[in-house]
Design a protein around this ligand. Structure first.
Ligand code: SAH
Ligand code: SF4
Ligand code: F3S
Length: 537
């Protein structure tokens, strides 16, 4: 998953809702006695989604949100462990947190997310001395109880009450929640409306937790455990509720969304699904829902005049090996599915891919891409790359550059290889010197900058449909054509291009026509075309 682009955040800190059960009104606790919380989220969209769930639980328990760590009595840090740099950001704040604790002895710090892995509690305490409570990602539903914050405000059996908490168990190499612990607590939170979503326009929707892949460099399977799909109907119900609440865009989330459904029970509704995943572990998908079925079901939610109830449907992340023809057909058939695919390739060299345990070859990857581009003309493609993986030669790195030159991605998220303790790749020598990793990264980014610019310049003069999702922070200087009273707003095209335009914040949540005037390597800039001026479509 690429780093998340945070959608419009709710304006200002949030206050708890009124009690779910009005009979409990008189027991509303004194707000001043409950901690004001602040959630600091690092990492990918999955972490953002998890933080929305945690914030929702805290609000349901009666806590209010503080705008910063400095003003909070409870700091929840949702960590990312994908590279050492991500962990260092949090380790580097321990001194600051210790000082805040000295000034506010009531301050408690909870650390959760991917840095919290069994069985390393001793190591965690050494690295994060300011932290009071560690919760693995699958223990996040226990947050409110473990802090002793379950309050009279939560309805009986709510996410904040002990009934919602499942025991944990060990599956294979990882400790995970009981079978569907996360799915069950999510469904309950949806039922009670306690997810504190960061945007009223664009929503995250987790469909599968964990990852069964064995990419040798990757910590995620160790942090998040094996794949667990949420029940099909729970997901469609959540999408329906999002449509009813006016959401314009939904992104289905999972480390590998293409694996969705293989662990669910066969269901007569899906007898026609006839597929097998045979690499790595042979998996029988017959008669189970898959991502294609799920996308078709969500796309099938329609307004009374037959339009998709959620106009923009996205999904991340797709592993190239599991990208089925059934999924490609669904992308082509479903009008709500956005014309964008994030397809991480990691390297352009087969030997490196083998060492990375990625399962596919570049030929296979190119074949999938060709098929998608054929099925969905004009689809934009983004990818993730790791440079300087163990044993990567100049020639092998050159193949990655060659891949970028020929594929011509719209966007590339690249990083230097960072060994993660406990992952299989730590048994290989991390033999590309740091200076070489840096040089290769810069070379790759420079190449992609030129490609991104060329791809974006092709849009100049064209009209694009933009879903406006945030107001841009004020900038020191405005471009010549942007001077005036109105602020800049920001949105994305269906192809996921970032677009800046001058416009009234009233445009927020609207899908508007924008004439592209300027292009940079990472974003477009354009002019709002009011409906009466827009060409007929
Ligand atoms: N399931 C997602 C992975 C999320 S991690 C996927 O397969 O895309 C996001 C990206 O981080 C990965 O695609 C990879 O490019 C990068 N990454 C993962 N482990 C890394 C490591 N040890 N060093 C550098 N980059 C890494
Ligand atoms: Fe990590 Fe590979 Fe799973 Fe992505 S597919 S989360 S890179 S193990
Ligand atoms: Fe995401 Fe980072 Fe975990 S990328 S899955 S938060 S390691």
């Amino acid at each position: 998953m690429p780093p998340s682009s945070a959608p419009a955040s709710a304006s200002g800190p949030r206050l708890p809702d009124a009690p779910a059960d009005e009979r409990l009104g008189e027991y509303v606790p004194d707000l001043a006695s409950l901690p004001r919380f602040h959630v600091w989220t690092l990492g990918c969209q999955m972490n953002r989604s998890d933080s929305e769930e945690m914030a929702g639980r805290l609000l349901a328990a009666g806590c209010a949100e503080a705008p910063s760590m400095e003003t909070a009595d409870l700091v929840v840090i949702n960590t990312c462990a994908i590279r050492e740099g991500a962990e260092q950001k949090v380790i580097g704040r321990q001194g600051h947190l210790a000082r805040l604790k000295a000034a506010n002895p009531g301050l408690r710090v909870v650390l959760t997310g991917c840095s919290v892995r069994e069985p390393d509690r001793g190591g965690l305490r050494r690295r994060y001395p300011a932290v009071d409570l560690f919760l693995r990602p699958d223990e996040e539903p226990e947050l409110v109880d473990r802090l002793g914050l379950a309050s009279a405000q939560g309805a009986i059996g709510s996410a904040g009450s002990p009934g919602a908490v499942g025991a944990t168990t060990t599956v294979g190499r990882a400790v995970v929640g009981v079978a569907d612990g996360l799915s069950a607590t999510r469904a309950r939170a949806i039922g009670e409306g306690t997810i504190a979503r960061g945007s009223a326009i664009s929503a995250w929707l987790p469909i599968i937790y964990g990852c069964d892949k064995t990419c040798t460099y990757c910590i995620v399977p160790f942090s998040r455990g094996p794949e667990r799909s949420r029940p099909f109907d729970d997901i469609v119900d959540e999408a329906r509720a999002l449509a009813a609440a006016g959401y314009r865009e939904v992104t289905l989330l999972g480390q590998n969304v293409n694996s969705y459904g293989h662990d669910l029970a066969p269901d007569p509704r899906f007898v026609h699904v006839d597929a097998e995943r045979w690499a790595g572990r042979r998996l029988d998908l017959h008669g189970r829902p898959d991502l294609a079925e799920l996308i078709r079901a969500i796309d099938g939610l329609r307004t009374s005049d037959g339009r998709p109830a959620i106009p923009r449907l996205r999904f991340v992340t797709s592993h190239p090996w599991d990208l089925s023809d059934r999924l490609i057909a669904a992308l082509a058939d479903c009008p709500s599915v956005c014309e964008h695919l994030h397809l991480p390739v990691q390297s352009g060299d087969d030997a490196v891919l083998r060492r990375m345990g990625r399962q596919y070859t570049i030929d296979h990857y190119r074949e999938r891409l060709a098929r998608i581009r054929d099925a969905v003309p004009g689809i934009t493609i983004s990818t993730d790359i790791i440079v300087g993986f163990c044993g990567e030669t100049e020639e092998q790195f050159g193949r990655t550059l060659e891949l970028l030159e020929t594929v011509r991605y719209d966007q590339v998220f690249a990083a230097a290889y960072s060994p993660r303790p406990g992952t299989p790749a730590t048994r290989l020598a991390d033999d590309v010197p740091p200076g070489t990793k840096r040089r290769r990264l810069n070379e790759l980014l420079a190449l992609q900058q030129a490609i991104g610019l060329e791809r974006n310049e092709a849009w100049i003069g064209k009209d694009v449909e933009v879903l406006v999702d945030s107001v841009a922070p004020a900038r020191g200087h405005a471009h010549d054509d942007e001077r005036g009273e109105l602020p800049r707003v920001v949105g994305r095209t269906r192809g996921n291009k970032l677009v800046h335009l001058v416009g009234d914040p009233d445009l927020l949540g609207g899908e508007v026509t924008v004439r592209v005037k300027h292009a940079g390597p990472y974003a477009l800039r354009g002019q709002y075309v009011p409906v009466s001026d827009a060409p007929m479509r």
